[in-house]
Design a protein around this ligand. Sequence first.
Ligand code: GLN
Length: 494
Amino acid sequence: MSDLTHLTIAGALKGLENKDFTAKELTQAHITASEAAKDLNCYVTETYDLALAQAANSDERRAAGNAGALDGIPLAIKDLFCTKGVQTTACSHILEGFVPQYESTVTANLFADGVVMLGKANLDEFAMGSSNTTSYFGNCINPWKTSDGADRTPGGSSGGSASAVAARIAMGATGTDTGGSIRQPASFCGISGIKPTYGRCSRWGTVAFASSLDQAGCFARTVEDNALILRSMAGHDPKDSTSADRPVPDFLSALSGDVKGLKIGIPKEYRVDGMPKDIEALWEQGIEWLKDGGAEIVDVSLPHTKYALPTYYIIAPAEASSNLARYDGVRYGLRAAEHENLNEMYKKTRGEGFGDEIKRRIMIGTYVLSAGYYDAYYIKAQKVRRLISDDFTKAYEQCDVLLAPTAPSSAFVIGENEDDPVKMYLNDVFTVPASMAGLPAMSVPGGLDSQGLPLGLQIIGRAWDEETVFKVARSIERAANFTALPQTLIKKAA
Ligand code: GLN
């Protein structure tokens, strides 16, 4: 039965419909695989009993002819989405023991379509990071390895989600992307992941990091499976005023992969110094694939790209410092055990509850928002953000989508970049600009580097045009024909 874990979601839906297997069998196969891959530390809370109960309900619905669009499909849910009755921690000590009384809109939408939840997936604390190393519950590990066997990061912040999908212990997963947290882990783990347009999914019930940037999205092993998951997650929600009141397109009809006549922009500022040769070569290869498919390649310029990273690392911490003010020991999770008075309780709870990276960002954020520095940093950063966004608007006068690498490296060894936060922040150099502009962007696996580790290509689209992003992604997926498996799976099969 274990080969059920190698099915795509689209394939599994057919199998369920044809009665080749039941949702319970499909779920059990993924639970068994999850148990065998425990050392990857993908889940911080396992919900296997709930999953089996959901799967049994799913089988009943299907038998009665009432199956939803994703009925019986087992997914991993990033532990940033509040799940009613199931502990939600954002992988922070400060939220340990917090059991939400409500369901996030994204998970509610997925459950309404019949999704089965296997567990809450590991992430960097409060989604701040690019390596999953800041998780209070320990690092998640990438199933991909090189010959030295060293444990590599799955990327971050949605590392648990990406690793679970790559390791075939979940068929797909939810993620969130504030500055690259879906795209970079997708690239590091050799799977596909999409961050839709800001406002496409509701943020209600998702633990907030930087509210003007946070956006939910998903991971899966194929572009089509991503389209299936996103279609269920997305949609207007009156409970989130930043969620857009627009119909959700039928993303599946955009999967022809026919790029004939499309104009693909290549941003010259993304040719950064010191880019590894393998990544440059893959980018060139991607251009060739699209040309072969009949697309036209145009060189475009995004002149303010070099300001995107410094601007992001002002705006995101500023918003985080404000959002995280609510964790004070009164309402959620942790409360310091010993304190003489209220102020000391606040101080001790926050001192004990937050990790170093969170404290660093709260301090940076508080600094850039403080009187005297607000205009010089925060307001200035907002103005630069507008210029970055205008760059994209101008570029889209010449092209339909942009093609770029997803990340400046493949998965690095856990612990690398750890003592230098700026080096870690540089990981986001290719993903942050689209986040600043709120644009949809997707990573698809393009190939392996010389060490045998996966590399992704990034497609950035116009606002609300996920359909063209999916179309181009499908075309690259077809050309790349990425079938390599992570070493941990190959070992198991041997
Ligand atoms: N790595 C980036 C950061 O640390 C992005 C994180 C994210 O998208 N959640 O902020």
